[in-house]
Design a binder for this molecule. Structure first.
Ligand code: TXA
Ligand code: MG
Length: 319
């Protein structure tokens, strides 16, 4: 049985013995293991049931430590790191040989991030290796934003979850790569395009996947509940053929005709940060109900709305 607690030394001891543990971050919970230990990394892939062609992010607590793991830090990357670390920013940088090829799925770049959570920063400061940590959900399912979410799905496979409370942002980090010094956003997340551009100027956004995407995890069917999720345009009413079998993820107000007990409101005040924080927990909750399908309203594309809509679109791809 998994133990859930706030004991950084426990988490550290498990990790030093090659185990994987759940860790809190400000974005979502991660499933962490020693990034330099191929067996620990293999355990991450196995526990998540994740294909090994989908590379992992490594986490440290200081930019100085990263110099052992990357060969180059372009000026634009440096500016972004200075502006947003610790925080919801992941940078794709050329890797050193010290990072196992398993971590990067054979790619020449490694994804790196300094997360902003006091318990995890303390843990990273006490470890003498970086942590590889994908989101702590089974591959393809909704990311976890509480320790309970992690325990519900992976609790029988991991010894410990460090409980840092509900994730403050609730969306994964924004991933930025570089061609030369030109930044490109590969995944929109907790940082908006406007926030990135305020630091480095105009960026291209390339979050749409192909069969062989540059960010392999950017597969279109992702973040998905088990029930079919159908996207509604803002203001569009759901066709209610069977209201008692229908769930609703609404933005500001409940939708008439769907029973209240089958609805969740992302933010009654229309606050997109609040909506982001609630998104995955509410989708999970709706997924536990005995329903045939779930409707979700598309949100305004401003602020975190763009990243929320991206997750809803990926979740709505029929499997
Ligand atoms: O907020 C987050 O980023 C969370 C927390 C735990 O830090 N982590 C997270 O990891 O979302 P994961 O594995 O669920 O998503 C990482 C994404 C994947 O889509 C993966 O394909 C992409 O990053 N990725 C990792 N390394 C890459 C690389 N070298 N090149 C391109 N994409 C990469
Ligand atoms: Mg993930």
């Amino acid at each position: 049985m998994v133990q859930i607690g706030q004991n950084v030394s426990h988490a550290k001891a498990w990790l030093e013995r090659g185990n994987v543990v759940g860790i809190p971050t400000e974005t979502v919970y991660g499933l962490a293991g020693n990034a330099l230990d191929t067996n620990a990394v293999l355990t991450i892939f196995r526990v998540k049931n994740r294909p090994t062609f989908d590379p992992l992010i490594i986490h440290t607590d200081t930019p100085a430590k990263l110099s052992q793991f990357v060969t180059d830090f372009p000026p634009a990357a440096r500016q972004l790191a200075d502006a947003f670390w610790p925080g919801p920013l992941t940078l794709l940088l050329p890797k050193q040989a010290s990072i196992p090829d398993l971590v990067t799925a054979g790619l020449p770049t490694v994804a790196v991030r300094i997360p902003n959570h006091p318990l995890t920063l303390q843990l990273l400061a006490e470890l003498d290796f970086p942590l590889a940590a994908p989101s702590a959900n089974p591959f393809g399912y909704i990311s976890p934003t509480t320790a309970r979410h992690v325990a519900d799905q992976l609790g029988n496979q991991i010894p410990y979850i460090l409980d840092g409370g509900p994730a403050r942002i609730g969306l994964e980090s924004t991933i930025v790569g570089f061609e030369g010094d030109m930044p490109c956003v590969f995944r929109l997340g907790g940082l908006t395009q406007a926030q990135i551009e305020a630091v480095v100027g105009p960026v291209t956004v390339q979050t749409h996947s192909t069969d062989n995407p540059a960010a392999p995890g950017m597969l279109s069917s992702h973040y998905a509940p088990r029930k079919p999720l159908i996207l509604l345009k803002p203001g569009q009413s759901p066709p209610l053929t069977n209201p008692n079998r229908t769930g609703m993820l609404a933005f500001r107000e409940p939708v008439g005709g769907v029973p209240d007990a089958q609805q969740r409101i992302l933010s009654a005040t229309g606050d997109l940060d609040e909506a982001a924080k609630n998104l995955f927990a509410y989708l999970r909750w709706l997924d536990t109900l005995d329903l045939d399908l779930i409707y979700a309203e598309t949100l305004p594309n401003t602020g975190l709305g763009a990243a929320i809509n991206d997750r809803l679109r990926r979740a709505s791809v029929q499997k």
